[in-house]
Design a protein around this ligand. Structure first.
Ligand SMILES: Cc1ncc(C[n+]2csc(CCOP(=O)(O)OP(=O)(O)O)c2C)c(N)n1
Ligand code: SF4
Ligand SMILES: [Mg+2]
Length: 287
């Protein structure tokens, strides 16, 4: 029996502020998953810490709410242990581009088959409004009252330069585009990064819904060819508008393809080749 959108609804309603951009992402994800024939039990959603990272508690799939910045190591470990599951990591800009950015770079070059959705609001929402790695230059926040002295990180050029085989960006208010990109990212056989503009209506009065509605342009509608890496860099660094869409997609083989023999069966199903007693003793040594 196939799952429908309503099956992905959780009994716990999101506790995000009314108008938070994360609602759009949750709605899009709940529509995208069944549209690529996934059942609720096929999917693991893994997060770090932040308002956005509360998302696994609001969707009826398997879920893991881990440590700040640590969603990707755990999601990759999970995927390798059971590569038959679809793994979606989610979190915020602080989580993924700040404390977790080292994991992100290595996950992108490693290329394990999973999707990473970053709800990028250019602020630390949960901790009430400090500067994040994507806060604008000279932006005034609780932690930089005289203006942010640092340049914002560009997640797209970071991804393009780190070997990521699927690089996209979307505003969470554009749910149709979001669903389309999430579907393609899930079907992509490798690591897919989707940076999403997901406004924090409470602590960021600059990167607002209005701002994105007025300024974003879909590069795929403007004729961008996602197989062209150099064009992707150009689109990711444009200053005349804010670009969204699929910037780059390559057919580089994913990590699992290099371990085909080992991963014929999920790791958890491999026989250890030792007795029950030996297994218990081994576990006791590590746990
Ligand atoms: C190791 C560690 N450092 C700091 C924190 C405090 N902390 C919790 S969430 C967060 C930032 C959240 O920002 P972001 O990831 O952008 O998520 P948002 O709330 O904006 O969705 C911080 C600094 C923590 N929980 N753990
Ligand atoms: S504080 Fe900001 S990010 Fe957090 S729920 Fe409210 S609007 Fe969303
Ligand atoms: Mg944030």
């Amino acid at each position: 029996m196939s799952s429908e959108v309503k099956d992905f609804n959780h009994k716990v309603a999101p506790d995000w502020c009314p108008g938070c951009g994360d609602f759009g992402l949750l709605a899009g994800l709940k529509k995208a998953l069944p549209s690529v024939s996934l059942e609720t039990h096929d999917v693991m959603v893994v997060s770090g810490i932040g308002c956005s990272s509360n998302l696994p508690g609001f969707i009826n799939t398997y879920g893991l709410h881990t440590l700040h910045g640590r969603s990707l190591p755990i999601a990759q470990g999970f995927k390798l242990a059971n590569h038959k599951m679809t793994v979606v990591a989610v979190g915020g800009d602080g989580d993924g581009y700040g404390i977790g950015v080292g994991h992100l770079v290595h996950a992108m070059r490693r290329n394990i088959d999973m999707t990473y959705l970053v709800m990028n609001n250019s602020i630390y929402g949960l901790t009430t409004g400090q500067t994040s790695p994507t806060s604008g230059f000279q932006m005034k926040t609780k932690s930089t009252p005289f203006g942010n002295p640092e340049l914002p990180l560009n997640p797209l050029t970071l991804a393009l330069g780190s070997g990521c085989g699927f690089v996209a960006r979307v505003y969470t208010g554009h749910v149709t585009q979001l669903i389309d990109i999430v579907q393609k990212a899930i079907k992509h056989p490798g690591f897919a990064l989707i940076d999403t503009f997901s406004p924090c209506v409470t602590f960021n009065k600059i990167n607002t819904h209005q701002y994105y509605k007025e300024n974003v342009k879909d590069i795929n509608k403007l004729g961008h060819n996602p197989s062209d890496l150099y064009a992707a860099f150009r689109e990711a660094t444009r200053e005349d508008c804010i670009t969204t869409g699929i910037f780059y997609q390559s057919d580089r083989p994913c990590y699992e393809a290099s371990e085909e023999e080992t991963l014929r069966e999920p790791l958890f199903a491999h026989k250890l080749g030792i007795s029950r007693e030996e297994e218990t003793a081994l576990m006791a040594e590590f746990v």
